[in-house]
Design a protein around this ligand. Structure first.
Ligand code: HEC
Length: 165
């Protein structure tokens, strides 16, 4: 989003993350922390990109497939015919870009529990307030800020014309 005063919301969001972290007694994202602070606006969207570099849809498709990164196919059907197993825990993602814009997709990736506290979907770019974190993953987000942006860029290619496999 190229808007005037682009840096201001970032500073506010960094402050917010730190402030909330202090309030809840958990460390917020500090300088050097791999998690980029984000701001949820009106409870349904994270409109600001996490990175300066735009997401790359081809790389995003790889992160989605990678079983150690997105592993999205374990829960979602997607137009990725070369992969055999597609789970059905979550909704199929064909045409998801017709339903949500980038900001709405970003919130669903970084903090799905902000929308549904009982969500089965992992928070892909969050380290505070998580439960049952796999050993070795403590303090590290599953996807880096750039990987989140790449995955969003890929999801934005999933229009209605996406063929079922
Ligand atoms: C462990 C299962 C699981 C994994 C892994 C998972 N999701 Fe989800 N996802 C869900 C569920 C369940 C929902 C339904 C909403 C909810 O419960 O939060 C959902 C909802 C969504 C939605 C909103 C879809 C809609 O139609 O409302 C998107 C977009 C999405 N997931 C993308 C992804 C991407 C991209 C990945 C990989 C980076 C991923 N998910 C990984 C379970 C998962």
């Amino acid at each position: 989003m190229m808007s005037i005063g682009r840096t201001t919301p970032r500073i506010i969001s960094a402050g917010l993350a730190l402030g909330l972290g202090l309030l809840s007694g958990t460390p917020g994202a500090l300088a050097g922390d791999p998690v980029t602070p984000f701001t949820i606006v009106d409870g349904y969207t994270v409109p600001d990109s996490l990175t300066e570099t735009p997401g790359d849809p081809e790389r995003g498709r790889k992160w989605v497939i990678n079983r150690k990164l997105g592993n999205c196919l374990s829960c979602h059907e997607m137009p990725i015919p070369e992969e055999q197993f597609h789970g059905q825990t979550g909704p199929a993602l064909y045409g998801v870009a017709d339903v949500y814009d980038e900001g709405e997709l970003r919130l669903r990736l970084v903090d799905p529990k902000a929308l549904n506290p009982y969500s089965m979907m992992p928070s892909f770019h969050k380290v505070d307030g998580l439960h049952r974190v796999l050993s070795g993953f403590e303090g590290k987000p599953i996807l880096s800020a750039q990987q989140v942006e790449d995955v969003i860029a890929y999801l934005m290619t999933l229009r209605d014309t996406s063929k079922r496999r």
